[in-house]
Write a protein that binds this ligand. Structure first.
Ligand code: SAH
Length: 245
């Protein structure tokens, strides 16, 4: 019987893969990967490794979770090394916990290989520190996915908020945050396709997102808090545009 590795692929840049993830991918017999996994990472696999796309997109599930669980189970009975490759960290909003439990309940050996979550990697990549002495002593990572109930008021203790899967509902989220007491002037940044060649940042404020939301394309990480002001990228961008105009 084989072993299943739940491997974090990091936020995008293949160089942000851990050495351990790289080693396990390079000897995998089967790799089941998601939409958010950078395809370049698959080049590290053996030529004859079976690579299966099981990605999901909002409203268009290419494979239901139950089906992915069953596939992992079946492959574990046939192959030695099965890799379930997931964007970021496998246990941050990736349903990795469900896959882990499903396999463990069936007696399959599972090892989790942590990855750099986009929640942390995306802000770091644009020089936004999630904690900063005197400005932010805590951060919370929250799902903005419709259907996932979030107690926005309860989050008021966290200085910095990092919202995943929140692009579609950004206006509602900003409104919720303002009505639960956050300052409409609080800076916000959306980081699209972080750590890839197509990365783009959209700077705004909570009030603007609530009333006149800027255009943002998923996948993006939304960061709300004073720490966003610390990014030097914002001023660099502005002056670059000024130079061009
Ligand atoms: N396990 C993943 C998160 C899965 S939920 C992780 O740890 O990063 C999917 C959400 O992650 C997306 O909706 C988006 O908010 C965020 N995300 C993942 N990769 C991203 C990237 N490269 N750039 C921006 N956001 C990303």
């Amino acid at each position: 019987m084989g072993k299943v590795y739940l491997v974090g692929a990091g936020p995008g840049d293949p160089e942000l893969l851990t050495l351990k993830a790289h080693r396990i991918i390079s000897r995998a017999d089967v790799i089941l990967y998601d939409a958010l996994v950078n395809r370049e990472i698959l080049n590290f696999a053996k030529e004859d490794a079976v690579k299966i796309y099981v990605g999901k997109r909002i409203g268009r599930h290419s494979l239901p979770q139950e089906e992915i669980n069953r596939l992992l189970h079946r492959f574990a009975l046939t192959y030695d090394t099965v890799v379930r490759l997931k964007g970021g960290d496998p246990f941050v909003f990736g349903r990795g916990g469900e896959e882990y439990l499903y396999l463990r309940e069936r007696g399959i050996e599972v090892e989790v290989v942590p990855g750099i979550t986009s929640a942390v990697g995306a802000p770091s990549s644009i020089n936004v520190p999630l904690t900063h002495r005197g400005t932010s002593s805590s951060f919370a990572v929250v799902s903005g996915h419709p259907g996932m109930e979030v107690d926005w008021k309860g989050l008021s203790q966290a200085d910095t908020l990092v919202i995943l899967m929140g692009v579609k509902r950004r206006r509602e989220i900003a409104k919720e945050l303002i009505s639960s007491g956050r300052d409409p002037d609080l800076p916000v940044v959306f980081i699209e396709k972080a750590t890839t060649e197509d990365q783009r940042e959209v700077f705004s404020t909570l009030g603007e997102v609530a009333h006149n939301p800027p255009e943002v394309n998923p996948p993006a990480v939304m960061v709300v808090g004073r720490v966003v002001e610390l990014s030097d990228l914002k001023s660099v961008k502005v002056s670059r545009e000024d130079l061009l105009s």
